[in-house]
Design a protein around this ligand. Structure first.
Ligand SMILES: [Zn+2]
Length: 138
């Protein structure tokens, strides 16, 4: 896609520090990282959501995310990592191209997931939601 930054990077129309690339995927260091070593892993072909990928590509993408995360640990600069996927603007998706973020962590980095816990919905609503989700996954 012409104006998509992730397409531009995978097609080498935009420069980036690429850490992995093959015919299907491209991974690069995020230009404005949450933490140093923050990697963006994308399918090379334009796709707005991981939910639209075929099962094989989706599986390979996640296996590759794990390999990249393990590679960051081998640098011995990091103590752990977060793997994150943002779907939708409300969830922080900043480019309309599916991506997994691998964010290396250091014990003293001071970065926190600022998610607050909420009171659970009523038992009836939870049951209804659980049954609906179950019906859509079988
Ligand atoms: Zn794209």
């Amino acid at each position: 896609m012409d104006n998509c930054i992730y397409c531009k990077i995978s097609e080498k129309r935009e420069s980036a520090d690429i850490v992995y690339q093959d015919d299907t995927f491209c991974a690069f260091l995020h230009p404005t990282p949450i933490n140093h070593g923050h990697i963006v892993l994308t399918p090379s072909e334009h796709c707005t959501s991981l939910t639209l990928l075929d099962d094989e590509t989706y599986s390979k993408l996640h296996c590759l995310a794990r390999k990249l995360a393990k590679a960051t640990l081998k640098t011995k600069q990091y103590d752990g990592f977060n793997i994150q996927y943002n779907h939708g603007e409300c969830a922080g998706q900043d480019a309309l191209h599916a991506a997994i973020h691998i964010i290396p962590r250091i014990g003293t980095d001071g970065f926190y997931l600022n998610w607050r816990m909420q009171d659970p919905e009523s038992a009836e609503k939870r049951k209804e939601l659980a049954e609906f989700i179950h019906s859509k996954t079988i």
